[in-house]
Design a protein around this ligand. Structure first.
Ligand code: GFP
Length: 820
């Protein structure tokens, strides 16, 4: 049996060649034998698939080597559990990381195929909503780069985040179909299948004399089947696995029902199972569909844990070594039910005692919090959890009892603190707090920027923090410089290599060598030229997709991210209107030509966010068609924001808008992408902006507005937005023109409610921060008017942003949390 051979003696395929001629013939081979097409009739998509298959082969060798190495060295494995992985396209990333960009390009061009054209056909894998999912994707690439044996676990949604279309300026959501042409990157693993149950009841066995045991008898069961995608690190150092679960029915068809003529009913169970992993559930959603979301969370948590425990037992005799050999990172609370599921698996299935299982669970899990917004902190109604996961509800009660006894007896906590640390929210409808479950069941809880981590300690987790003062720590987010510099900005990458050599390719912090070039006029000119070409590329994209012409010599001012009131696209729009008014009333002044770009999706049920998109489009229509503006101001809302669009927009930005209400953006990662690519940031002291200011220097970033403390104080003491608005002529004029329908003549009251919100409560401090923001924008204009100063600052941004590489973040997780 081959299985009995030592790993070193196993027969291996011959190493793959990197010779373009050989690769060209391999591409033809794949086209013919795998896709079944003749060169003559092959469509561009066929060329794409054939090319991916050739690239994939080169990754597989490394993949197997990495897996073997992890077994042979008994390495600790890291498991990153995330309901979202916003990976985008994979081909360019993979080719560049294995260092075959020129070779593949040549191989294809010898066949008359343009790499860039077929790369543009690859669908975006949009299995995420925004920053949280994109962070997971950057982390996967960095874990492979810094050589950590890691698996990402998530859901293989058939439909990722919806496609956004504009109908008369309104967002319309259409299904996204990334799997329409198949997915050559993934491997279906039928043998890696697990049963996941829902509902039913719990049987108690034993008691009195025998130790009590619990057996969950689920009423429904589905199969979780694995699909594996290899993730290759920079220079092919290591290849890790992204394992995504797909739900399958136990009985594909109820044959008896079918034969009896019930053709639809015979498929009901099957449809129900498959619907579990059909759609990515958008965040910020309504209570409708809550249950489906909880089912998705449990489904992927349970399958992942069963897989992790199975793999561990394959290598080790029991679970005592689990915390030493396994780290499970919970990406937000979405997989938090894993804590209870781990306890169930260890106690009910593997027969461990509760105390021992609890020690193992806590030693193995760690949790990352990504938001302090109360509405985003998940909690589930107790009756729902009791019905869907009866055994887990019992376990939650047991964990809660132990924790509360400890808090009251040992730590002498008072009633109010006990109420806040409890796993059950007793105010109103009883709910299970998933953040508290994740906290109590983990040995490490981290925030994603220094400010956010401090606020975690002071606000949502204040009492849990005083109970367990060693658990909360900070890991400031990062971005992978491969995708967010080298691939999205090849022009800048070659300029940097020319100036400072190649060291920065392997260690982004080596970019500091660029610092001295900020004062070199010749270099600044080249830097500006790279920016100009990237702006031309964006201008062409916008012309093609939207038929709008923009002038690449104008300042490109860009705000791209999910549309949310706290991210304050509205503040930007109000300032746009104020600027428009100014340009019209003072045509004699020397206005800096600007194009304000927006892009982003609104959660389908988020009314105000959708209204903000409509407002952006209404404002754009009026301003762009007003001859009095003389092209000095343009507004463009680019539809269907996704990773690939970001890859075009980020390198083209002069100005990056990071203007969230202070204390509300946990970190931000878009802010890092822009600055790395040579944009100036206008931003509040929020999230990672604070640390960016420390790194790039206060003189190289434009900071404005209230601090997190000031926002908290204003909210607590009440502030008077009406008085603020009346005190600012620009602001009141802008608000009243929006509210009175200047931009919406077809429905004059369309935005009245939105603007009323600013007058009446101004929760997001749009009025409170307006003047500071408008002044900061004029400061930006002044810098722009002196190109030497502008490019000196932007060069310094690129030079000093290396610390924000996700390689640094992952190294910190590895040494301080995972000890891997
Ligand atoms: C969330 C937070 C961001 C943070 C990311 C990643 O994402 O501040 O940078 O998670 O930690 F809000 P989004 O809101 O951007 O989706």
């Amino acid at each position: 049996m081959i299985n009995n051979l030592n790993a070193a003696d196993l027969p291996r395929p011959a190493p793959r060649s990197s010779n373009p001629e050989i690769m060209a013939s391999e591409i033809i081979e794949r086209l013919t034998y795998r896709i079944g097409k003749d060169v003559k009739v092959a469509k561009p998509h066929d060329w794409l698939t054939a090319t991916i298959l050739v690239v994939r082969d080169r990754i597989i060798d490394k993949w197997m080597e990495s897996t073997r190495k992890a077994y042979a060295n008994n390495s600790k494995r890291v498991y990153y559990l995330s309901l979202e992985f916003l990976i985008g396209r994979l081909m360019r990333d993979a080719i560049s990381n294995i260092g075959l960009m020129h070779e593949i390009r040549d191989a294809l061009s010898s066949l008359g195929v343009d790499l860039d054209v077929i790369a543009g056909l690859e669908p975006d894998a949009a299995l995420g909503n925004g920053g949280l999912g994109r962070l997971a994707a950057c982390f996967m690439e960095s874990m492979a780069t810094v050589d950590i044996p890691a698996y990402g676990y998530g859901i293989r949604y058939v439909h990722g985040l919806f496609r956004q279309q504009m109908a008369d300026g309104w967002q319309v959501e259409l299904p996204e179909t990334w799997l329409a042409h198949g997915n050559p990157w993934e491997f279906e693993r039928r043998e890696s299948s697990y049963e996941v149950g829902f509902g039913g009841s719990v049987e108690t066995i034993g008691g009195y004399e025998d130790p009590q045991r619990f057996v969950w008898k689920p009423a429904e069961r589905v199969i979780a089947m694995a699909y594996d995608t290899p993730v290759v690190g920079w220079r092919g150092t290591r290849v890790n696995t992204l394992r995504l679960w797909s739900a399958q029915p136990i009985d594909p068809i109820l044959l008896a029902a079918f034969n009896a003529g019930d053709h639809i009913g015979a498929l009901r169970e099957s449809n129900k199972a498959e619907s579990l992993t059909r759609v990515l559930y958008p965040a910020d959603a309504t209570p409708a569909g809550q249950e489906l979301r909880l089912r998705q969370e449990f489904f992927f948590s349970s399958a992942s844990l069963q897989d992790i425990l199975r793999r561990h037992l394959q290598q080790y005799p029991d679970f005592t070594s689990l915390p030493e050999k396994v780290s499970i990172q919970l990406n937000d609370t979405h997989p938090a039910i894993s804590i209870a599921e781990m306890m169930r698996l260890l106690c009910d299935v593997h027969g461990l005692e509760f105390e021992e299982a609890w020690k193992i669970t806590q030693g193995t899990f760690s949790y990352t919090n990504h938001t302090l917004l109360p509405e985003a902190l998940e909690s589930w109604p107790v009756p729902l959890l009791e019905r869907l996961l009866p055994r887990h509800m019992q376990i939650v009660y047991a964990i809660n009892a132990n924790t509360l006894v400890y808090a009251r007896k040992e730590k002498k906590m008072a009633d109010q603190q006990i109420r806040s640390i409890s796993l059950i929210d007793e105010g109103g409808e009883r709910r299970v707090r998933m953040g508290n479950l994740a906290f109590i069941g983990s040995h490490s809880i981290n925030g994603v920027s220094a400010l956010h981590t401090d606020l975690m300690k002071e606000t949502v987790f204040a009492d849990l923090h005083s109970l367990y003062p060693d658990r909360i720590n900070n890991k400031t987010n990062g971005i992978t410089p491969r995708r967010w510099l080298m691939q999205c900005n090849p022009g800048l990458t070659s300029l940097l290599r020319e100036a400072i050599g190649d060291d920065f390719l392997d260690d982004a912090e080596k970019l500091t060598a660029l610092d001295r070039f900020a004062d070199d006029a010749g270099f600044r000119e080249k830097f500006a030229e790279v920016k100009r070409l990237n702006k031309v590329r964006l201008a062409n994209t916008v012309a093609q997709r939207m038929g709008i012409r923009v002038d690449p010599s104008a300042m490109f001012d860009i705000q791209i991210k999910r549309i949310h009131e706290y991210k304050r696209q509205l503040l930007n729009l109000v300032e746009t209107v104020a600027l428009y008014d100014q340009i019209r009333s003072h045509p004699e002044l020397d206005w800096v030509p600007r194009v304000k770009f927006f892009a982003g999706k609104a959660a389908p049920s988020y009314h105000n966010a959708k209204l903000i998109i409509k407002l952006a489009n209404d404002i754009a229509r009026v301003i762009n068609n007003d001859p009095a503006v003389r092209g000095l101001l343009k507004v463009v809302f680019v539809p269907n924001y996704n990773v690939s669009l970001a890859e075009i927009m980020v390198p083209a930005a002069d100005l990056s808008e990071q203007i969230s209400t202070a204390g509300m953006e946990a970190s931000g990662t878009g802010n890092m992408k822009f600055a790395l690519n040579g944009a100036l940031t206008i931003g509040t002291l929020d999230g990672a902006n604070v640390e960016m200011r420390d790194h790039v220097g206060a003189e190289n970033i434009v900071i404005f507005g209230m601090t997190a403390d000031e926002v908290a104080k204003a909210r607590a003491e009440g502030h008077n937005p009406r008085a603020i608005i009346e005190g600012s002529a620009e602001l009141s004029q802008a608000l009243s023109s929006i509210a009175s329908g200047v931009f919406s003549p077809d429905d004059r009251s369309r935005f009245a409610g939105l603007i009323d919100g600013i007058y009446n409560s101004d929760w997001f401090m749009v009025a409170a921060d307006f003047d500071a923001y408008a002044n900061a924008q004029r400061e930006v204009d002044a810098i722009w008017s002196d190109p030497d100063s502008w490019y000196a600052k932007t060069v310094r941004n690129t030079a000093r942003m290396g610390w924000f590489s996700s390689d640094r973040t992952i190294r910190q997780y590895a040494t301080e949390i995972w000890r891997a």
